[in-house]
Design a protein around this ligand. Structure first.
Ligand code: CAA
Length: 692
């Protein structure tokens, strides 16, 4: 028998225990072990009921994702589930931690399920570009009804034990999983309860079979945000089989779709992103066992949009914040915006009605930097001007207690220069949040030359604590995200000089899957900021300058690259902008040519990839997958395309390099010459993923 799954008899109950750290995933050994132990328990005349339980921190967290894409090994999960479901002896799943994906499917094949109070149950396969492949779409609607099943399968979010009990997904909430399940199993035996096989129980399907809108409305509510994704729609179709087809037919069709999705590009990208996210948390160059410093109170300097959003992220995680402003007026305004945001979330039902007051009670708004003195982490979030940042860090150095971590939220500036104004550069680093900071998940953790390892691991740990996804990057202009964004913006603007219109460029980008194109993004951020800064530096950007000179600053003035009508944020193409572009090109003696969508897509995405290759070569990012995480969680790169570097690997680096060389020559732009690292990999027929 396999040693990851064991069978033990406690009086008349056979306890099958899975012990396969870290998360008891259904590897071949685990599937084999469950199958063998179930057969053995069925054959043992002294065993009258069976409990399926797990050691360690969690019940089965799903199929073993590392086995996906490799040749399938026997026994398949379907065989294991058949054995459990057809057992003549009652089988009880004892759930703790998370019963996810294939794990919940195992539990659904059991006749009964019990769970501890803090357990979570879910079918998150859509998040990996899949649907449940072992009967989840057929059994869950029979357990909880199609409406909740749609929420759990198409939405992919788990439910807690209380909700599971209420929905009939579990029979009882127990204190200890194995012991509780054993007591429950004895009760089943004593009461001689019939075996409950979900496959045979259509009672919860009756309402939706009579009124299909129950199902279609639930699907419509969840798929409206699933633009571009295949899996949520495939999952909804599979759930609909429960309304139209016999169980076995539904099961067969579900599995067929699962295999199709598994082999598809979207799932490959989404599985890649799952592991990339976990890789990003592993710190290169930090000695093992480095202990993060304790962070109990955080100071945030600057209560503007960014500072307020960062403060909310900490408060949401229960960490008290000292919010520091320069005057009472600014402070009142900053606190007011935070309160308004919380009230709006409460009104939408996103947080409980009493949460705004409770969360604001964790914020101590004060005037004066001397108030950093009792805090363990200080995050500066003021204007993006080196002289201001330096003077603030000088003051922080005067007042902060020894050992406090000093972070700047700068998005471009040289953090080494900022660190040098303090007497403790080892405590200084960047924590670069993305706007809106209370919503966006990315936090670039910028390691400066002298940042101490424990300071770095503190920033990473604290970012995770506030539910951000930290990625460690090095110091350079714009770090990883904004540096690549600048390369993209440069191409987008050049395309206007060659004949494209803002709406054409943006449409190509949104069709590719990003939430917004570069010009709509510029309008949102405000074009005047860049214009003023260009004027200071004596730099020109003819078209954007002309827009600003015409008072078109973007959304805030109701017109920029687009026009915005009646206070709406929806960008509308504006013939006046086309005229303005034509006039600018005429003035510069340039002619518009036809620019194809293909050229737009290649130039904006390949220029980013090229910059990514430079970033890797310079060691600014430790891994290509770190760059992908930055773009997935900081800029809305579509998850089903895995991030720019993964996308480049899929397209083929030789093609990317060839096209870049072509555009470099055609448009006389040396920045498009393939970076040495990209060129090398392309020549070797390699990939970014394989280069590490
Ligand atoms: N397969 C293989 N490895 C897995 C895994 C899985 N299903 N789930 C987690 N792991 C690994 C992680 O990669 C990580 O490994 P490293 O330590 O080497 O990086 C380790 O387990 C711990 O994972 P986390 O860092 O994520 O730990 P956590 O405590 O923060 O979260 C979790 C635990 C909630 C289970 C989370 O890991 C998770 O959500 N896992 C994926 C669950 C999932 O999607 N299941 C469905 C799989 S698809 C399926 O089941 C299809 C089917 O129908 C048959």
């Amino acid at each position: 028998m396999s040693n990851v799954v064991t069978l033990e008899r406690l009086e008349t109950v056979g306890i099958i225990k899975i012990d396969s750290p870290p998360v008891n995933a259904l590897s071949t050994a685990v599937r084999k072990g469950i199958l063998e132990c179930t057969k053995q328990a069925i054959a043992d005349p002294q065993i009258k009921a069976i409990v399926l339980t797990c050691a360690g921190r969690t019940f089965i967290a799903g199929a073993d994702i590392t086995e996906f894409g490799k040749p399938a090994q026997e026994p398949g999960l379907d065989k294991v589930l058949q054995e459990i479901e057809n057992s003549p002896k009652p089988v009880v799943a004892a759930i703790h931690g998370t019963a996810l994906g294939g794990g919940l499917e195992v539990a659904l094949a059991c006749h009964y399920r019990v769970a501890v109070k803090d357990a979570k149950l879910g079918l998150p396969e859509v998040k990996l570009g899949l649907l449940p492949g072992a009967g989840g779409t057929q059994r869950l609607p029979r357990a909880v009804g199609p409406e909740l099943a749609v929420k759990m399968i198409v939405g992919g979010d788990p439910i807690n034990a209380d909700a599971a009990l209420q929905a009939g997904l579990i029979e009882e909430i127990v204190d200890g999983p194995a012991a509780g399940a054993q007591i429950f199993a004895n009760k089943v035996l004593a009461e001689n309860r019939p075996l409950r096989k979900l496959r045979d129980d259509d009672s919860k399907l009756a309402a939706a079979r009579a009124d299909r809108s129950i199902f279609t409305n639930a699907v419509a509510a969840l798929t409206k945000r699933a633009r571009g994704l295949e899996a949520p729609f495939a999952a909804a179709d599979a759930i609909s089989y429960t309304l139209d087809l016999p169980f076995d037919e539904g099961l067969r069709k579900e599995h067929e779709t699962f295999l199709q999705l598994l082999a598809g590009e979207q799932s490959i990208a989404q599985r890649y992103a799952f592991f990339a996210e976990r890789e990003a948390a592993k710190l290169a160059g930090v000695p093992a066992g480095t202990k993060p410093r304790t962070i109990e109170r955080v100071a945030i300097i600057g209560g503007g949009t960014m500072g307020g959003g960062i403060a909310m992220s900490f408060v949401n995680a229960g960490i008290p914040v000292t919010l520091i402003e320069t005057g009472e007026e600014q402070l009142t305004r900053g606190l007011g915006v935070m309160r308004k945001n919380y009230d709006a979330s409460a009104a939408r039902g996103g947080i409980p009605a009493d949460a705004p007051a409770k969360r604001m009670a964790l914020v101590n708004g004060v005037v004066g930097i001397e108030n950093v003195k009792d805090t363990d982490l200080i995050i500066e979030a003021v204007f993006e001007t080196m002289t201001i940042k330096k003077s603030i860090f000088g003051l922080i150095d005067t007042y902060a207690k020894p050992g406090a971590v000093l972070a700047t939220n700068t998005s471009f500036l040289d953090i080494n220069e900022i660190a040098e104004v303090t007497k403790r550069p080892q405590d200084v680093l960047g924590m670069h949040f993305f706007s809106p900071a209370n919503v966006m998940k990315l936090c670039e953790i910028v390691r400066a030359d002298k940042t101490a390892p424990d300071v770095l691991s503190t920033a990473v740990a604290v970012a995770r604590k506030i539910a951000k996804i930290p990625v460690v990057v090095g110091v350079c202009d714009g770090f990883v995200g904004n540096r690549m964004l600048m390369a993209r913006t440069k191409q987008a603007e050049k395309l206007l000089f060659e004949g494209a219109l803002p709406q054409q460029v943006d449409a190509v980008i949104t069709k590719f899957g990003l939430p917004m194109g570069p010009f709509a993004m510029g309008d949102l951020a405000g074009l005047d900021i860049g214009w003023r800064s260009r004027k200071d530096r004596g730099i020109k950007s003819e078209i954007e300058d002309a827009l600003c000179e015409a008072g078109r600053f973007g959304q805030k003035t109701g017109q920029g690259y687009y026009k915005y009508e009646g206070g709406s944020r929806a960008p509308l193409p504006d013939p006046d902008v086309e005229k303005l572009i034509d006039a600018t090109l005429l003035r510069l003696g340039r002619k518009r040519r036809v620019v194809t969508d293909e050229e737009i897509l290649e130039r904006v995405t390949y220029s980013m990839i090229n910059e990514g290759a430079r970033i890797l070569e310079e060691g600014i990012a430790a891994r290509p997958s770190d760059i992908d995480i930055v773009w997935l969680y900081g800029y809305g790169w579509p998850i089903y395309r895995g991030g720019p570097m993964h996308y480049a690997d899929q397209v083929g680096l030789r093609h990317v390099a060839d096209r870049l060389s072509y555009y470099a020559a055609e448009t006389n732009d040396p920045s498009l010459e393939p970076a040495p690292a990209l060129k090398r990999l392309a020549q070797q027929g390699g990939t970014f993923a394989g280069s590490r």
